[in-house]
Write a protein that binds this ligand. Structure first.
Ligand SMILES: Cc1cc2nc3c(=O)[nH]c(=O)nc-3n(C[C@H](O)[C@H](O)[C@H](O)COP(=O)(O)OP(=O)(O)OC[C@H]3O[C@@H](n4cnc5c(N)ncnc54)[C@H](O)[C@@H]3O)c2cc1C
Length: 448
């Protein structure tokens, strides 16, 4: 009798936990299905690199779902990993690395959705021989990918120059010109030095690229990466300042030839097979070129009256320099929301966020949660369905749901994205996505 009672109690306890787990699983799956249905309403699907899941091999362990730093790109639906928010994927590739049965490969988006992306081979070469693209300009975000591609493209250049074995008759012809000194350009420059190439790096601003524009003390997340002239860099989480200091240090150790503050206007391949790289200051000839321009391009403008005024800004680096101000932030992406929250955190600021749509749809999960909290607490006032119509010194006009409102204003930040440097690439003669890139080609640049 005692035994039976014991078994009944054990059964009831097990049954309770099983039922709880089953209910949670069903709830999770219902949420995932709802998210999968919502996904296409907000985007046309993955924009660049994203996972391709072989559902025959997938065992539904969910490792890929939990490892993704972007939140809800993947979910388990019907016991299989499924892409539910492909547009949120920025190519970390951790899902593919974590999958115990190798059911995930990283692929590029269809050329139709990447029609504004240049055609690039596995070796990161464009449609023009010896003209390479490395880093985010090629469509893949993340520091790790930029570093890998900068390094790998320089290996190809060094091999080709080694095979040619001759130096050009013209002594002023460089082996390679690298345009841009962000993570991709720095990595390419270091590798060029490691290979003993005659290289020149041209950077329009300062060394560091987009990283130097991150907000102060931003935590930079990266995967372990092999850095030329340094070896394996295995710190995966560090501040922006630490990363920039690390780059400064390794760059001082070498005889790098970097010109900062020099904008490259054009790159053209000439009849003799050499490239002519023109800047406002000078022009250079080289046997190969690596374009590591990033995708930030030029900030997109709204075309609103008064936008040229000096208090209308497009980049926020030090939020704590702004206190006791009336501030308008324009945009509905992560940059706009992060800037609004950062500014609202400073004493005395009154921050309004203007977004032309009726709700946020493409935010990282943690930003969605944080902005909802700030809206509830009143720290940030969000005006959905609104567009600014005029900026003035001290005030602005904004249309909200068809009504014009006047707001006191000291600063405006506009985060409407950037115009990618496609004109620059087209002028160089580089073919773009729909001009003939391979269909759904395998993604590259994720090798360690
Ligand atoms: C807010 C924010 C946060 C991010 N956080 C992370 C993170 O935590 N982890 C992560 O891995 N990634 C992160 N990223 C992405 C990462 O910063 C980029 O993927 C990476 O910087 C791309 O490197 P890149 O060298 O290709 O381009 P960039 O870093 O953009 O560098 C390009 C360089 O080219 C220069 N340039 C452009 N045009 C010219 C020209 N005509 N002549 C001369 N120079 C030119 C630019 O001035 C710039 O210095 C973040 C991005 C943003 C915007």
């Amino acid at each position: 009798m005692d035994n039976l009672l014991t078994w009944l109690i054990v059964g009831a306890v097990l049954g309770f936990f099983f039922l709880r787990h089953w209910r949670a699983h069903k709830r999770g799956e219902a949420l995932a299905r709802a998210a999968a249905e919502r996904g296409p309403m907000f985007s046309d699907g993955p924009k660049a690199q994203h996972p391709r899941i072989n559902s025959d091999s997938c065992i539904g362990c969910g490792a890929c779902v939990t490892v993704c730093p972007e939140g809800d790109v993947l979910a388990l639906v019907g016991g299989k990993a499924t892409i539910i928010n492909g547009h949120k994927c920025i190519g970390h590739s951790l899902c593919a690395e974590e999958c115990p049965v190798g059911a995930i490969t990283m692929v590029m988006a269809k050329p139709s959705s990447g029609a504004d992306s240049p055609v690039i081979s596995e070796d990161h070469e464009t449609s023009i021989e010896n003209l390479f693209i490395a880093g985010e300009l090629g469509g893949l975000a993340l520091i790790k990918n930029a570093v890998n591609q900068g390094r790998d493209s320089m290996d190809v250049i060094a091999r080709r120059i080694g095979e040619l074995g001759t130096t050009p008759a013209e002594t002023n012809v460089l082996d390679v010109v690298i345009v841009g000194a962000g993570p991709a350009g720095i990595s390419a420059s270091l590798r060029a030095s490691e290979h003993g190439l005659k290289a020149l790096t041209l950077e329009r601003e300062t060394v560091g690229g987009t990283v130097s524009k991150y907000p102060r003390q931003k935590l930079v997340m990266t995967s372990p990466v092999e850095f030329p002239l340094h070896g394996r860099f295995s710190k995966t989480s560090l501040s922006k300042e630490d990363l920039l200091a690390f780059w400064e240090k390794i760059m001082q150790r070498t005889d790098l030839n970097i010109h900062t503050g020099e904008v490259v206007d054009t790159v053209k391949k000439e009849m003799d097979g050499f490239f002519r790289v023109r800047t406002a200051r000078d022009e250079y000839r080289s046997r190969a070129v690596v374009l590591a321009l990033g995708r930030a391009g030029t900030p997109r403008k709204l075309g609103v009256k008064g936008e040229e005024l000096s208090h209308v800004l497009y980049r926020l680096i030090e939020a704590d320099h702004y206190t006791n101000n009336n501030i308008l932030v324009v945009g509905g992406g992560d940059s706009a929301v992060e800037a609004a929250m950062g500014l609202a955190h400073q004493p005395g600021n009154k921050v309004t966020l203007s977004y032309r749509k009726g709700e946020f749809s493409r935010l990282k999960d943690r930003n969605t949660k944080r902005i909802e909290e700030q809206m509830r607490s009143g720290a940030v006032e969000v005006l959905f369905n609104s567009v600014p119509t005029e900026f003035r010194v001290g005030s602005l006009s904004i249309e909200v749901g068809g009504q014009i409102r006047e707001l006191p204003n000291d600063f405006v930040w506009i985060f409407a994205g950037g115009i990618p440097p496609s004109d620059f690439l087209k002028a160089a003669g580089i073919a773009f996505g729909s001009d003939g890139s391979a269909d759904h080609r395998e993604a590259h640049g994720t090798s360690s």
